[in-house]
Design a protein around this ligand. Structure first.
Ligand SMILES: C[S@@+](CC[C@H](N)C(=O)[O-])C[C@H]1O[C@@H](n2cnc3c(N)ncnc32)[C@H](O)[C@@H]1O
Ligand SMILES: [Zn+2]
Length: 365
């Protein structure tokens, strides 16, 4: 963990709620000293972060801080910390979704892809700039050097894109597996995966492991933590981004109210969603567009807008789709859609139309 970037902002996720001026967490390394990397940035690799106020300790392992596991998340319908999102297979699929453009351009990988990329995921012509477009959308309104949270960051591509312009990005995810993979990619600046993912009795066969250098898109000013919105160890951010997360949150009203407390007045919230609402994660009564949280019946976009305004955010949309030639005078809502291409497994990839919208933190209605 780059304490030089975030040390003074790092606070106890329990105390921050009832003591806004709680002191920063104290780093207690297991080695007896904080390791200093060659580029002279202090990285905290292993130890505990200690709260002087409540005496809680939060462990740091392999440069990752662990803040989840507070009682509130147990038994939630989504339970991403334990469920399928926490599996290696999901993390491997996300590696391919997040780094598709870099992998597709890699000459050595290309020979293999020509043979094994059965669904054409790597040659699919759909716009492949989803993550960069999201970051550009945020920074059309946010000053350079801001502090940004990427909540639900998975293996981290959007965090790195945001870090091109932010001073520091916190990439947080409730899945320990995803965050460990994100940290490994950042450390070694390469990704490894198997395209075919052909399995026999659960074991990979046939496909050699492909390793691709991703140093062109990976940044050092991203700090990865295992945390959900209820246990964020930070005071305030200038911007918060949730990409393809809100459709999986069991109670979006509680989720967004919690995030409102973690954002400066005038700060920005960028939400994107393909709105593929699913009863396995969210009860039907909480689906956007179906009257959830007392919002009007209508489209999911309208329902989301109604909900965030009640909580204390003002829609400042109308920016237009950054990657697709700017706003349209005819149908702004449609033009704000972004293409998002996901690798699902060796037999399936999907091209989504994702709605992305910016909101400014203000007083609640
Ligand atoms: C559909 S994936 C999207 C990943 C990434 N943001 C992207 O756009 O590619 C949703 C991610 O959000 C994480 N997640 C879901 N609910 C969360 C919560 N309440 N707090 C933190 N992470 C969450 C999941 O573990 C998963 O990695
Ligand atoms: Zn505390």
């Amino acid at each position: 963990m780059r304490l030089d970037l975030i040390g003074s902002d790092l606070v106890c996720p329990v105390c921050v709620n009832d003591a806004p001026n709680a002191p920063p967490l104290e780093a207690v390394p297991y080695t007896g000293k904080i390791e200093v990397a060659s580029e002279m940035t202090s990285t905290f690799e292993a130890g505990v972060l200690h709260c002087l106020r409540c005496e809680r300790n939060f462990r740091v392992e392999d440069g990752v801080g662990f803040f989840s596991g507070l009682p509130h998340s147990a038994g939630r319908k989504d339970d991403f910390g334990r469920g399928r999102y926490n599996t290696e297979a999901y993390a491997r699929a996300y590696i391919q979704t997040h780094f598709r453009d870099v992998i597709a351009d890699d000459k050595a990988a290309r020979t293999h892809l020509d043979l094994h990329d059965v669904t054409g995921f790597y040659s699919c012509s759909a716009n492949n700039m989803y993550y960069r477009s999201m970051a550009e959308m945020l920074f059309t309104k946010l000053p350079l050097g801001a502090t940004v949270l990427d909540l639900g960051c998975s293996v981290g591509r959007l965090s790195h894109e945001l870090a091109r312009k932010a001073r520091v990005v916190v990439g947080a995810d409730s899945s320990e597996t995803h965050i460990r993979v994100a940290k490994t990619i950042q450390r070694h600046r390469r990704v490894s995966f198997r395209v075919g993912e052909a399995t026999v009795s659960g074991k990979y066969v046939g496909d050699p492991e492909i390793v691709v250098d991703v140093s062109s898109v990976v940044r050092n000013n991203v700090v990865f933590v295992v945390a959900d919105e209820q246990c964020l160890p930070f005071r305030l951010f200038d911007g918060i981004v949730c990409s393809a997360v809100i459709e999986r949150v069991p109670n979006l009203e509680v989720f967004l109210r919690t995030l409102r407390h973690r954002i400066h007045d005038g700060g920005l919230l960028l939400l994107s969603s393909p709105f593929d609402q699913d009863e396995r994660f969210v009860d039907r009564s909480n689906w956007l567009g179906y009257g959830a949280y007392g919002t009007e019946l209508g489209t999911a976009e309208e329902s989301l807008r109604g909900l965030v305004q009640r909580i204390g955010f003002r829609p400042i949309g109308g920016i237009g789709s950054v990657g697709e030639g700017g706003p349209s005078p005819h149908n702004d809502a449609y033009r704000r859609d972004l293409r998002w291409v996901t690798y699902n497994d060796r037999r399936k990839h999907m091209v989504w139309s994702v709605h992305a919208e910016l909101f400014e933190a203000c007083d609640s209605l």
